[in-house]
Design a protein around this ligand. Structure first.
Ligand code: SF4
Ligand code: SF4
Length: 126
């Protein structure tokens, strides 16, 4: 019962992203998270191995140079040849929750997607 409730809650939390239709890998190549993102929240595979590998770089959004720094990762599930997640249907909860689309927005999916993906980053090697 507890598990059913948990599954239901997770489904409610999941967001739609037009990743496949738009052939978009903005969130995955590389994975971008806030600078102090905790290691123990990195998703793991069926063997308990972390699927994200930290890149030796810090990304700084061009439009937030003074206030934001972003950590980046390569994801083992990202297929560089196809530009897609190799396990999209079963992607981890953290990936399902991330979306460029808000259900409450008055803007179209296209507009929201365009805005979300136009951000550019300055890359600082560490
Ligand atoms: S920006 Fe949107 S469409 Fe692109 S990968 Fe992220 S959630 Fe998917
Ligand atoms: S598991 Fe899939 S959706 Fe999640 S970061 Fe990796 S490639 Fe992207």
């Amino acid at each position: 019962m507890e598990s059913i409730e948990k599954d239901k809650k997770e489904k409610e939390d999941f967001n739609f992203g037009p990743c496949l239709e738009k052939n978009c890998s903005y969130c995955c190549n590389p994975v971008k998270v806030e600078r102090f993102f905790p290691e123990d929240e990195i998703p793991v595979d069926e063997n308990g191995e972390k699927i994200w590998e930290e890149r030796q770089e810090i990304l700084i959004p061009e439009n937030e140079i003074d206030i934001t720094k972003v950590k980046s990762y390569d994801c083992k599930n990202f297929n560089k040849k196809t530009g897609k997640c190799s396990d999209y249907e079963k992607r981890p909860a953290i990936c399902r929750r991330a979306s460029c689309i808000s259900k409450d927005s008055k803007e179209s999916v296209d507009e929201q997607h365009k805005k979300a993906t136009r951000g550019k980053f300055i890359v600082i090697k560490t």
